[in-house]
Design a protein around this ligand. Structure first.
Ligand code: SF4
Ligand code: FES
Length: 378
């Protein structure tokens, strides 16, 4: 390993895979866990204490839909008692009256609310949930009324990329302090739905122009974060800030992973909290050490001047596209298989044209995220 091992700063806690929405771009694994595999309240609280002792400063409470956990107030209070910053990542539908205030009371610091579209029709079609948009608008209002800062998260793909200007207006109208225009990362359900979700090149270029101009125009009013679309990139993102470098995630059953798609690297074994402590897993787990730092790198990463900027990109994308988790991320122009990204875009667009010519509505090509579909895909 080329640098000293530091304690983790961030943790993503996937409290549950249950969710009232069925977004085809979901980053959850296609093998969704049922409720009976979730950690109980006591175990999460114990895990949070260890995380805080280990150095974790911020925890993102996610899912699935984390508000489906009836003990969420207790979990937030537990984190808050250790001085940990808490961010709730929610789809914002079906949150009972009084709960957002209770989350704030328990010490919640921030809410990140996703919108599948800037308009009701898009939100409902992508999330496959009637009335979803209206419920989200109401959740945003309640979050602000409870005095909590709000980020709007807009996962972008072919079916809503044209709504980027409207997402900006939506975030402003809801009093958000931050908008995340997040081009979909093709892992989990999004990988299964890649052909149905891939935008075309012109739309991606237009989007980048619009976002760039809005970032200038709204400086000091609305922070706009832009998650670039890997398939259209020249260099990859430093996925998770580098493998097991300063953050990790915990699945609903307590499996501790360096990132949300790590389970797709079948050559690695991931350990569960309870079998070992978080500190042991963070320091000693062979899976965490597999791609730490730069020693594992092959050429062209090994000799590249960007190796400590992007840490070779995404291991899971290297696995999915190059078939080797130690390969250079194919999003990188220096990767020997970079051209595959372009071919995958062309294949997706050809399949979209064929669907359109056949007169099929776009959602007919979606495999919606749900447990029943998990069984079909297995
Ligand atoms: Fe990053 Fe590797 Fe590409 Fe260099 S060769 S830019 S380190 S992914
Ligand atoms: Fe696993 Fe990028 S999603 S390293």
């Amino acid at each position: 390993m080329s640098e000293a091992l530091l304690p983790p700063i961030g943790m993503l806690a996937e409290l549950t895979h249950r969710c009232p929405l069925q977004c085809p771009y979901c980053s959850n694994p296609t093998e969704l866990m049922k409720a009976n595999r979730e950690l109980d309240t006591e175990t999460w609280l114990y895990l949070f204490r260890q995380a805080a002792d280990l150095g974790v400063l911020q925890v993102h409470l996610s899912g699935g839909e984390p508000t489906l956990r009836r003990d969420l107030e207790q979990l937030i209070a537990g984190l808050s008692s250790h001085g940990v910053y808490t961010n709730l990542i929610t789809a914002g539908v079906g949150i009972a009256e009084g709960r957002i205030e209770a989350f704030a009371e328990a010490g919640l610091d921030h809410v990140q609310l996703s919108f599948q579209g800037a308009h009701a029709e898009t939100t409902e079609r992508i999330g496959n949930h009637r009335g979803g948009h209206q419920k989200k608008l109401e959740t945003a209002r309640r979050v602000r009324a409870a005095g909590l800062p709000l980020t709007i998260n807009a996962p972008i793909h072919r079916h809503n990329i044209g709504e980027v200007p409207d997402f900006i207006e939506l975030a402003l109208s809801l009093g958000a302090e931050r908008l995340e225009i997040a081009n979909v990362q093709y892992s989990g359900w999004a990988l299964v739905n890649r052909d149905a979700l891939m935008p075309d090149r012109d739309a991606v270029e237009r989007q980048m122009e619009i976002v760039g101009q809005a970032q200038e125009r709204l400086r000091g009013i609305l922070n706009i974060d832009f998650v670039t679309p890997d398939y259209f990139a020249i260099y990859p993102k430093p996925c998770m800030g580098g493998w097991a470098r300063d953050a990790f995630m915990v699945a609903p059953d307590g499996t501790v992973l360096p990132c949300h798609a790590a389970h797709t690297i079948r050559s690695l074994t991931f350990e569960r909290f309870g079998d070992r402590s978080l500190a042991e897993i963070w320091t000693d787990s062979p899976a965490f050490n597999a791609f730490r730092g730069t020693d594992w790198m092959q050429e062209p990463c090994r000799g590249c001047e960007r190796r400590e900027i992007d840490w070779g990109g995404c291991r899971c994308q290297a696995m999915a596209i190059a078939g080797d988790p130690a390969a250079t991320d194919p999003a990188c122009v220096k990767s020997p298989v970079h051209a595959r990204m372009g071919m995958l875009i062309d294949d997706a667009l050809a399949s979209a044209r064929a669907e359109k010519a056949a007169g099929n509505p776009p959602e007919e090509s979606f495999i919606y995220r749900r447990i029943a579909a998990t069984t079909q895909l297995a």
